[in-house]
Design a protein around this ligand. Structure first.
Ligand code: SAM
Length: 663
């Protein structure tokens, strides 16, 4: 027996049966519903206490004994239709749903109605319908009811509710002229016009507020009269965000307004293996392409691999045939997944119907991990345009060749002076290439651009691996500087009017100065882009609380589908989880409520899952301090997320040779 089951059994014995409540149906129902599921996480240990407990919107979940007493007083039969006024946490509705086939429940606080609905669904209570509204008006479309239970105290019995009872129907309701205490009444409808009233004892409930209840302005209803700065952070975020149900039909008009005429839009992700992050980025990118003329998609991928996607979506033959197939390096699932595949098809279809080559979308890789395939690409290019220079380049790049399988060993060999540096050699090749820029690019601008970027990448990657052993932040900075420089080159190549969407991890696109990275002297593409483009760059972070993620346990390890732990209590993720809304966009640069942004400024922990996820050491491995509104212009939240689905050989069987994913 789990500890909750044991506590539940004790609750039945000591709080219900010992007080004389023996109704077997009701006792069984309370013994089945997991009350701990309806309690705020931080109070869950008190789930079976003999008392009401606070829930969101300054309301309460009723004491178990009161729920049992009122339910028993309704004298329910399985085929009764029941109406509850005051859903609150949804707990009593679940108890009712254990007994009757049809339960209807109304709650005046949207945040409670939404949360209860979600929870009831999650627990499999398909026979409960939740409505947000004023329950004193009943639910005429579903009336008459065999039983009505009112879980808040009003000044009188609402006439409308009485009229929605069947003949023989029962209503249990707390009534009293004081907010301090009420009488619990049972009203029985005898005929069309006659009702019988019984007093079941004294109780104390939160006020029933509505047309036939207390007025909205009562001092005791703080959530209604609360001034903005009295709302708690969850309520503020709820009010300040745009909620949505599905990625496919979320309305992005307001987001497009906020992005305005930005030249660069940076889209983040809180892991490298979450489908929702990819799919939402694809959705936003499509809109930017269609509505704002963006033509560049730049990603945290290797340049040569991304060039394959680029050629594919632009209907061109692949460049050189690489020894290693595109997207076959660890972590393969980061790009070879179903979300990216679907997006690639969309880009191709879009380009196929775009006549002007200027307007076709290009897909570019910003990262620098492709040292050796980039060398191959440069040599292949030179072999075609200038075989003599190719021979010289081949000799120079030969300096790096002993390290082809493990470039990080190159840095170690240099630092221990077992091997000479190759810097001069790679820079010379780059220099030779750039010297002939005019001559080469006249022949084929795009092909030259591609080779030039690969040669720059080789130079930067050589330095990256060489400095990796001096200081960590140095090589991090070189990587992000390379990514930013590459973005700049692409923007320049595509012309002065070009606009780019960038897909990278939050840790690259969020402004490093607003995180612990800044304090360590690390910069990133988000910071560099802001410094260069000011308010013409818009960056959007993504987050999640729990679910599954595709990640490895160590570098080079196999992909696993791992459970993402629910977020830590002291994290931003927990703040967003406590909003109790599935998905939302939270504008931070143009906040819907300035106070929300202000309250979020206080530094908190933030989670970053990369290609590796180690839940066992989550705090040390994945959390860092940040000030979210300084880091991002907007934040997109998915409370629950799912792992990306990696492509397999099966999935891509029969695809053309030009297909960009070689597994
Ligand atoms: N049955 C709930 C449970 O199991 O958690 C407890 C309900 S709580 C004591 C009373 C609820 O009634 C509050 O959530 C309050 O917002 C709601 N309420 C008050 N007036 C209401 C009205 N006119 N219509 C709907 N809900 C109302």
């Amino acid at each position: 027996m789990s500890s909750f089951e044991q506590l539940r059994q004790e609750m039945i014995d000591y709080q219900l049966v010992a007080r004389g409540l023996h109704d077997e149906t009701v006792v069984n129902a309370l013994n089945t519903v997991p009350r701990e599921e309806f309690i705020p996480t931080e109070l869950v240990e008190f789930a079976y206490r003999d008392s009401p407990l606070p829930i969101a919107a300054s309301q309460t979940i009723s004491q178990p004994y009161i729920v049992a007493l009122m339910t028993a007083a309704l004298e329910l039969k399985p085929d009764d239709r029941v109406l509850e006024v005051g859903t609150g946490s949804g707990y009593a509705a679940a108890v009712l749903a254990e007994i009757c086939d049809n339960v209807y429940t109304i709650e005046r606080h949207r945040i409670l109605a939404d949360t209860a609905q979600k929870k009831l669904k999650e627990l499999g209570y398909e026979n409960v319908q939740v409505m947000h509204g004023d329950g004193t008006l009943g639910w005429p479309e579903n009336a008459p009811f065999d039983a009505i239970i009112v879980a808040a105290g009003g000044p009188e019995v609402p006439q409308t509710l009485k009229e929605q009872l069947t003949i023989g129907g029962r209503m249990v309701i707390p009534v009293g002229s004081s907010l301090e205490s009420q009488k619990l009444l049972r009203i029985r409808r005898i005929s069309e016009t006659e009702y019988k009233e019984e007093d079941l004892g004294s109780v104390r409930f939160v006020p029933l507020i509505g047309a036939a209840g207390w007025e909205d302005q009562t001092a005791e209803i703080p959530t209604v009269t609360k001034h903005e700065d009295e709302l708690n952070l969850s309520e503020l975020i709820y009010k300040s965000s745009e909620h949505f149900a599905n990625i496919s039909d979320v309305n992005l008009d307001e987001l497009m307004e906020r992005i305005g005429d930005s030249r660069v839009v940076l889209l983040g992700e809180a892991s490298h293996g979450t489908a929702e992050f990819y799919d939402m980025r694809a959705r936003i990118t499509k809109e930017l392409i269609e509505k704002k003329g963006f033509t560049i998609v730049a990603a945290e991928a290797d340049w040569p691999d991304a060039a394959h996607i680029n050629n594919y979506i632009q209907g061109r033959e692949p460049d050189a045939l690489l020894q290693s197939k595109p997207f076959s390096r660890f972590p393969t699932w980061m790009w070879a997944n179903h979300s990216v595949l679907e997006f690639t098809h969309w880009l191709k279809a879009h380009n196929d119907k775009t006549a002007s080559s200027d307007k076709k979308i290009g897909f570019y890789g910003l990262d620098l991990y492709s040292l050796f395939s980039s060398i191959e690409m440069v040599l292949d290019y030179l072999d075609k345009v200038d075989p003599e220079t190719a021979e010289v380049a081949r000799v120079r790049y030969g300096c790096l060749m002993p390290w082809a399988d493990n470039p990080s060993m190159y840095g170690r060999a240099v630092i221990t002076r077992e091997y000479k540096e190759c810097e001069i050699e790679v820079l010379r090749t780059l220099h030779d290439l750039l010297e002939k820029r005019l001559e080469y690019s006249l022949a084929n601008g795009e092909k030259f651009f591609n080779a030039e970027q690969n040669a720059k990448l080789v130079a930067n990657a050589e330095r990256y691996y060489r400095t990796m052993y001096y200081a960590e932040n140095n090589s991090w900075n070189q990587r992000d500087q390379h990514m930013f420089d590459t973005l700049q080159s692409v923007l320049e190549f595509r012309g002065p009017q070009s606009k780019a969407v960038v897909w990278e991890h939050n840790s690259h696109i969020g402004d490093a100065r607003a995180t612990q990275m800044g304090a360590r002297g690390e910069l990133n593409i988000g910071q560099l882009a802001r410094q260069e483009y000011g308010d013409k760059v818009y960056n959007i972070g993504f987050g999640t609380d729990h679910g599954t993620v595709a990640a490895a346990s160590e570098w080079g390890g196999p992909m696993e589908i791992k459970q993402v732990q629910p977020s830590r209590i002291d994290s931003y993720e927990r703040v967003f989880h406590d909003v109790h809304a599935d998905n939302f966009l939270l504008p931070l640069r143009y906040p819907l409520q300035e106070l929300t942004r202000k309250k979020l400024l206080t530094e908190r922990l933030e989670r970053a899952i990369g290609v590796i996820y180690r839940p066992e050491t989550e705090l040390q491995s994945h959390y860092f301090y940040a000030s979210l509104p300084h880091q991002f212009d907007e934040y997109i939240w998915f409370d629950e997320t799912h792992a990306v689905e990696a492509l397999t050989k099966e999935t891509i069987k029969g695809m053309l040779d030009t297909f960009p994913f070689g597994l």
